[in-house]
Design a protein around this ligand. Sequence first.
Ligand SMILES: NC(=O)c1ccc[n+]([C@@H]2O[C@H](COP(=O)([O-])OP(=O)(O)OC[C@H]3O[C@@H](n4cnc5c(N)ncnc54)[C@H](OP(=O)(O)O)[C@@H]3O)[C@@H](O)[C@H]2O)c1
Length: 274
Amino acid sequence: MTRCSVRPSPTTEAVTVQRIGIIGVGEIGRAIVMGLRHGEEPGPEVLLSPRGARIAAELAERYDGVRVCADNQEVVDGSDLVVVALRRQDWRAALAGLVVPDDRVVVNVIPGVASEELRRVLATGAALTHAIPLPTVRERRCLTVVQPSHPDADALFELLGGALPVADEAALNVLSAVTSTQTTHYAFLATLVSWATDQGIPVADADRFVRGLYQDVGRSLADGTRSLERLAAEHETPGGSNERVRTTWFDQANSGALRGTLDGLVGDLHGGHR
Ligand SMILES: NC(=O)c1ccc[n+]([C@@H]2O[C@H](COP(=O)([O-])OP(=O)(O)OC[C@H]3O[C@@H](n4cnc5c(N)ncnc54)[C@H](OP(=O)(O)O)[C@@H]3O)[C@@H](O)[C@H]2O)c1
């Protein structure tokens, strides 16, 4: 068996998870495996469900200590901590009938599936944790929301970029809704490129310029000592063009519409829809 620790953060207790199972090997499952193998240290043994077969086979081929199991029960049987990375529409059928011993830790990453609901289906006394890892766990750059905190789950996500334990499922759903704005952000940038192109700027130039502009925003965000309001103020001349766009386009109606959409998302997550 490959023995390795999921390194704890300086603030979490030292924990050792030797074997991590993943049920549902798609985008997020793959990102977690890549994150576990991103560092110099040997990673824990990783057991993969047979679906999705193509990604699971690629990962087993690429990394030592990663293997594909015959079925989901074998994943549970061979793991200390099991990540459930299934799509909403698949999770009940995939998990029905699985026997999950009480000494396992189950990390559920499906939005809108509360731990209580998962426990009913699994009928287990195992520790259940809900988390929102994003694809950047692959480079250990994702701060992952975890609820409730559990030493093994926290240590896993600390390794993958940071763990952010929150108080309850309601808080997790709020931050889950926030993650749903990412593709809109990309669409916003694509609209800037498209508009500049319509004005006659070559698309490659517009694309390069917009990316540079917003990489600068990303770098500014990395400085946690400056508030978002201060960052905005530093980029805005009173009466200038940034202020004009902010107040005429991102006006109260627009920001209100965004808030309304987020309220709706949280309501659906709370009600178990998505
Ligand atoms: N992608 C993200 O950025 C992100 C972020 C946060 C949370 N999530 C959540 O994480 C979950 C997974 O997302 P994803 O993007 O990784 O989805 P995905 O790429 O569609 O992966 C889901 C995987 O589950 C597999 N699967 C289906 N039925 C199964 C079964 N009975 N047993 C074992 N595996 C089975 C699928 O296999 P087949 O291909 O063979 O069907 C597929 O490989 C979703 O609930 C999603 O909402 C995703």
